[in-house]
Design a protein around this ligand. Structure first.
Ligand code: NAD
Ligand code: TYD
Length: 349
């Protein structure tokens, strides 16, 4: 069956992998990538598929209500896969209002446009909201986030995502809008903007710059290869049950400092540097305010009902990721723009 799907945030890190997967796997779908191209959006991420017949890019802001209403009336999407967001915790600490605007208001404007367009004719329609495990707050040393864990967000980023999740549910309850939500752990892989831990540290190791580890480095994250997230999104979009939430995770917990040491070892080998060279760049810096101690996902629901599990080990995924950044040095140079340099200097002074 053919479908028209608007993917928001398709020029970003995860969104570009989702767009690529849908454009190549479903030639009979129309895939519309709606993105305002903030600092994190980059059309170079989609060079390989930009001329595909079933793909169209539209530059636009999800917080512009008139524009979104007109666009939805023109395209009449059967599905929305909503990834557009402000996504970096450190930026949310500096500018929380920008996160409320895009992540909360932007999501509501999309929900409203979808509701008004279909006016209760919901057959074969779906609003898929992509969210994060950070909405659950922090874990102590033990335990895992399940779909029933109560929300307890600690950063402006996670609070804005939590709020948007609530609005999606509320539109489902109040207006019968068919939705599905997934909450995923930390992603890594190609095309990730080098403000996030893994690409930032790869970039810094290549350039012999300090590796700024926050606090004592004993914070734990559950890492998932971005392509495995895109595969999970495809499965949930097509086979997930409406009004359900699915947690997606890597079964792959790492303390930041252990991850950074593994990264340093792999990079020393690839750069043919003497063992231990990159580790010397590790620098402990001031902690992030409100830093969540530990995230870890129980992904047994998506595993049991949809048969999904990660396809690569962390060592394999990390090695592929480093290779990609080393080969694509031009991509890295392009995104290391002057605006990003200003952010970097301000953040790490
Ligand atoms: P990203 O920052 O790389 O990309 C976000 C994209 O959204 C960019 O292309 C940007 O231009 C676009 N965008 C931002 N504001 C917009 C607006 N107002 N209108 C239209 N487009 C706008 O983010 P990402 O890491 O790819 O994350 C994508 C989604 O996945 C987000 O919703 C995020 O909360 C969620 N998520 C991310 C992770 C992760 O580890 N990166 C984990 C779980 C969930
Ligand atoms: P990040 O990639 O920003 O993802 P998130 O905050 O969404 O989990 O950070 C991952 C972990 O790495 C987190 O515990 C913060 C830490 N971190 C550093 O120690 N130094 C850094 O420069 C950055 C960006 C992150």
């Amino acid at each position: 069956m053919s479908k028209k799907i608007i993917i928001t945030g398709g020029a970003g890190f995860i969104g570009s992998h989702v767009v690529r997967l849908f454009v190549t796997k479903y030639p009979h779908y129309d895939i519309i990538n709606l993105d305002s191209l903030t600092y994190a959006g980059n059309l170079h991420n989609l060079k390989d598929i930009e001329n595909s017949k079933n793909y169209r890019f539209i530059k636009g802001d999800i917080t512009n209500e008139d524009f979104i209403n007109e666009l939805f009336n023109e395209i009449r999407p059967d599905g929305v896969i909503h990834l557009a967001a402000e996504s970096h915790v450190d930026r949310s600490i500096k500018d929380p209002l920008a996160f409320a605007k895009t992540n909360i208001l932007g999501t509501m404007i999309l929900l409203n446009a979808f509701k008004n367009l279909w006016d209760n004719n919901w057959e074969n329609k779906l609003f898929y909201h992509i969210s994060t495990d950070e909405v659950y707050g922090t874990l102590g040393e033990d335990g895992l986030f399940t779909e029933d864990t109560s929300y307890s967000p600690n950063s402006p980023y996670s609070a804005s995502k939590a709020s948007s999740d609530h609005f999606v549910r509320a539109y489902g309850e109040t207006y019968d809008l068919p939705y599905v939500i997934s909450n995923c752990s930390n992603n890594y892989g190609s095309f990730q903007f080098p403000e996030k831990l893994i690409p930032l540290f790869i970039n810094n190791i290549i350039n012999n710059k300090p590796l700024p580890v926050y606090g004592d480095g004993n914070y734990t994250r559950d890492w998932l290869y971005v392509i495995d997230h895109a595969i999970a999104i495809d499965l949930i979009f097509h086979e997930g049950a409406t009004t359900e939430t699915y947690n997606i995770g890597g079964f792959n917990e790492w303390k930041n400092i252990d991850l950074v040491k593994l990264l340093c070892q792999q990079m020393d080998e690839k750069l043919e540097r003497e063992k231990g060279t990159s580790e010397q760049l590790i620098t402990y810096v001031k902690d992030r305010p409100g830093h969540d101690l530990r995230y870890a996902i129980d992904a047994s629901k998506i595993n049991k009902y949809l048969g999904w599990k990660p396809s690569v080990t962390f060592e394999e995924g990390l090695s592929k990721t480093i290779d990609w950044y080393m080969v694509n040095s031009e991509w890295l140079e392009n995104v290391n723009s002057s605006a990003y340099k200003d952010y970097y200097e301000n953040q790490y002074e």
